[in-house]
Design a protein around this ligand. Structure first.
Ligand code: CA
Length: 234
């Protein structure tokens, strides 16, 4: 298997070198840059699997860089913030990052978080036997969730979702009608029990809902079970 590539975007030299070193030691192919413009150029050039992105960059707002990366790439984005409070702000802005860490962070935890992202499905797996491919498509009223191509269709038309949004919907669609707790979704989609991440589930769920509504989906519907979680009901 090809080495998995990570792009580190951080303007503070010591932090950038620290992150580069710990990720390289963990066996990843790491590139590191210090500005938003270099980050976008590098994403276009080398298509990294994960981008570790500092919020405070000298030439650009990290949230805007994140949005642009999102628009052009399928990579996962782990955002680094200067303060824990910024995480709430970012989640509110729904910039579409797949995870957040606030500084100072533990290098070991950073490596663990990136490794989890690299283990998540990145490309559609090669189709297996026809029977298995058949099973991989779930049809619920107007909605189709295709685990093989990682596509979601509403009345046959493909909806453009991020991979995190796809994983959330696939988790709900695998157990229609059942309430999935936010903590369960965190474990299944993000593979973490990280405290405070429940807001991350809510933010991505609200983006997912908005996209499905815009695609004209009326059934099934993602229902919120207040204080508990979500379920998909026809
Ligand atoms: Ca910075």
């Amino acid at each position: 298997m090809a080495e998995q590539s990570v792009l580190v975007v951080e303007d503070t030299d010591e932090i950038r070198e620290l992150v580069r070193t710990v990720l390289t030691r963990a066996g990843m192919d790491v590139r590191a840059v210090g500005t938003g413009a270099e980050a976008l150029a590098e994403v276009r050039r080398s298509a990294p699997d994960v981008v570790v992105l500092d919020l405070g960059l000298p030439d650009a707002d990290g949230t805007e860089v994140c949005r642009q990366i999102r628009a052009e790439s399928e990579c996962y984005v782990l955002m680094l913030t200067a303060r824990a409070e910024e995480v709430d702000l970012l989640i509110g802005l729904a910039v579409g990052a797949d995870g957040y860490m606030s500084k100072p962070f533990s290098p070991r935890e950073l490596v663990a978080r990136v490794q989890v992202m690299l283990r998540r499905p990145r490309v559609a797996p090669a189709p297996e036997a026809p029977a298995a491919a058949e099973d991989a498509v779930r049809r619920l009223a107007e909605l189709e969730v295709d685990e093989d191509s990682r596509e979601v269709r509403v009345d046959g038309a493909v909806v453009d979702l991020t991979r995190t949004e796809f994983d959330l919907l696939a988790a709900l669609a695998s157990r229609p009608g059942r309430v999935l707790q936010r903590e369960t979704l965190l474990r299944e989609v993000w593979q973490t029990d990280w405290e405070g991440s429940v807001r991350l589930v809510e933010a991505h769920m609200s983006n997912l809902r908005r996209k499905l509504q815009a695609a004209g989906l009326s059934s099934p519907e993602i229902k919120t079970v207040r204080g508990v979680g979500y379920r998909l009901v026809a």
